[in-house]
Design a protein. Sequence first.
Length: 86
Amino acid sequence: MQKRRLEKNLSREALSQLSGVPAPTIAKFEQKYTISLASFVALAKALGYAKEIKALLSEPQYSTMEELENINKNKNRKRGRYEWKG
């Protein structure tokens, strides 16, 4: 994020004003790489990455044809059925 901010010649304060994310939150993210998803999306949008953020989760990820078939079968589901047992 810092690299993208500097490429656009923006200070943290300027990015803060564009995104609505407080400058200290931006500083913490650039130093410790921790941030809320809402703040991350706001920063990405302010830096011109709205399409990339939207595309990130727009296509399903799958490893096998069986997994793809299950994804396609479940596309219109409103709730999950199974619990994750990691």
